[in-house]
Design a protein around this ligand. Sequence first.
Ligand SMILES: Cc1ncc(COP(=O)(O)O)c(C=O)c1O
Length: 372
Amino acid sequence: MNLFDVYPRWPIEPVRAQGCKIYDKDGNEYLDFYGGHAVISIGHSHPHYVKAITNQLNNIGFYSNSVLISLQERYAEKLGKLSGYPDYSLFMVNSGAEANENALKLASFHNRRKKIVTFRHSFHGRTSAAVRVTDISKYWAPINENLEVIFLPLNDIQSVRETLVKKDVSSVIIEGIQGVGGIVVPKPEFLRELGRICEETGTVFIVDEIQSGYGRSGKFFAHQHAGIRPDIITIAKGMGNGFPVSGVLISPKFKAVSGELGTTFGGNHLACAAAIAVLEVIEEEKLIENVAKTGEYLIAELKKLPYIKEVRGKGLMIGLEFEEPVKQLRDRLLFEEKVFTGITGTHVFRLLPPLSINKDIANEFMKRLNNL
Ligand SMILES: Cc1ncc(COP(=O)(O)O)c(C=O)c1O
């Protein structure tokens, strides 16, 4: 059987990884400033994480949500404490798109409305409603087209007000920091006003923290830089450090209705063990403080480079915009300097290293970038 060929792939096969280093099958060592697309939070193959998953697998790896799984409560309690949302509830699923899908459904169950507002250059995933609120129309299939979605310009509060005042929009979904859209940070005053208008109009306010959350911005959630509290927050990526797990954080104003949401795999024993281990490492190694400090240093160093047009982002979610297309430069960084990075669009590099990198690693990255 052939693989269904939808991915452009680099001709590199990683076989081992440790911390922020990746080793391919020819023995080459790479610096990982991409984190497998913002997924690696505590570093590859962290010993505490490996031990926790291994121990769990030796006991029980999976059972469905038809039984008690107290690991889910243990995880939720820790997440509530570390994220600053102890009063919210958690629904666990498996991927980012699925988390957004459930958030949008929950909003619509709650206020019985149908329309959704999202923003230009958004990305929220590849499944039914999630792809439709993604501002990349080539990803929509004809079956996605019927959902009523309104795309508004980011940071334009007037257009939000004019749209929501009719009180027929179910939810607004926005990324904490736009990732695929080019590392664009929404203005704090825009987020605050957006929250107020949602509240006044009975619109559910959803923040997608799938890429920008879990400490990546230097706070647990990127939206916390603006001091807002959304009704629903979605998480994935860094949550499992590579184990597929995601979640929906739900404000106490929503009532859980038996049977409304559901999943076979979501919140299974292994997923919980992975997610708990990640939070334990984040707390123990003070990774969020590390991100704030190392991110600030790295951004300051990058801003000194005259050949970069603009440096954007927060913490260790950094976009570097160049005057010219960056594909060639990125390939040279990968094949000559052995550094993984991401790109978005044609002109922007995306840096999404593990949250555990230090100043020395940041300097090593700067050295390799400057070698080009
Ligand atoms: C902001 C955001 N939302 C949702 C998703 C979709 O997550 P997944 O690929 O796990 O479905 C992504 C993935 O890149 C993302 O960056």
